[in-house]
Design a protein around this ligand. Structure first.
Ligand SMILES: CC(C)(COP(=O)(O)OP(=O)(O)OC[C@H]1O[C@@H](n2cnc3c(N)ncnc32)[C@H](O)[C@@H]1OP(=O)(O)O)[C@@H](O)C(=O)NCCC(=O)NCCS
Length: 260
């Protein structure tokens, strides 16, 4: 079933956005690789004025390129990278961290290797494992990685971004329990498996983007918040603006921002 016509799912009331702009899916700025200076402004869509998102297809990053970027990593990144058993997860992690160093280095006028990562305090427990930050730079950012795609978001606002690959429809019943009960119902009422997968991924990426922006991550039960499964690219929750991000077929992504 296409997105819209013939839909059997009842639309739940969603707080309309108060941005005054037409809801738009945010268009990321595409990175061609890790070594060239990234484009800083091109590609931001009408809905993306207050947040810039860079995307990178991890399959286009070659071994030589990654070898040149690895010396940028700090000991914690080196240790984390080598802890991955699956090569595709390690590659996505390394590409994400190299891309984040490249983009945030360009935004803050620093060499990628000179960036020192830190963490904000977790709003749940006060321990320093909340959202990531850059020591000595006033920049808000978030990163997300999955095999095949990396996103780096930078904003003047507190921000969270998430990207996920569509799950196999056969795995959906086992995954649905992580969503809000109303989102589960919407996914279950989808007429086609492809639509169910799209709906699941929308709700999940919106929820994760929101919880990463807040900084608590999955320390807050993702069943708590209703972000919805419908193809409505913009909604508000608790003062956060949550928007969908355009990514290649087979992936879903969302970004959440909150004025500081
Ligand atoms: C944050 C979290 C949702 C990431 O989910 P994921 O799907 O595994 O990974 P993603 O690719 O989407 O995002 C990873 C990035 O999120 C960022 N991140 C980690 N913790 C974060 C937090 N609390 N808030 C915001 N961003 C966070 C990091 O930059 C991380 O990158 P890295 O793993 O390469 O260092 C998940 O790891 C989490 O919830 N962690 C906290 C769990 C918890 O229970 N904490 C205790 C609270 S008291």
């Amino acid at each position: 079933m296409g997105q819209g016509g013939g839909m059997t799912v009842a639309a739940r009331a969603i707080t309309p956005s108060t941005t005054g702009t037409h809801p738009e899916i945010i268009e990321p700025i595409r990175l061609g690789g890790l070594l060239d200076l990234p484009p800083l402004a091109d590609g931001a869509g009408p809905g993306g004025r207050d947040v810039r998102i860079w995307s990178l297809d991890t399959t286009t990053v070659g071994t030589t390129e990654l070898d040149e970027a690895r010396p940028w990593f700090d000991p914690e990144e080196q240790e984390q990278a080598s802890s991955y058993v699956r090569a595709e997860l390690r590659q996505a992690y390394e590409v994400a961290h190299a891309a984040a160093r490249r983009v945030i280095g360009a935004v803050t006028d620093q060499d990628p290797a000179a960036i020192t990562w830190g963490r904000h305090d977790c709003p749940g427990c006060g321990e320093p494992h909340g959202r990531p930050r850059v020591e000595g730079a006033d920049v808000e950012f978030s990163l997300a990685h999955t095999p095949g795609l990396v996103l780096v978001a930078v904003s003047e606002h507190q921000v969270g971004v998430d990207v996920e690959r569509y799950p196999d429809p056969a795995d959906l019943p086992g995954l649905l329990g992580i969503l809000h009960a109303d989102e589960v119902a919407e996914v279950e009422q989808a007429e086609e498996p492809e639509d169910a997968v799209r709906r699941f991924t929308r709700a999940w990426t919106r929820t994760e983007a929101y919880l990463k922006g807040v900084g608590i991550g999955l320390g807050r039960d993702p069943q708590t918040d209703y972000l919805g499964t419908a193809a409505i690219p913009e909604r508000e929750i608790e003062g956060w603006l949550v928007r969908d991000v355009r990514v290649p077929d087979g992936f879903g992504a969302a970004v959440a921002t909150h004025p500081r």
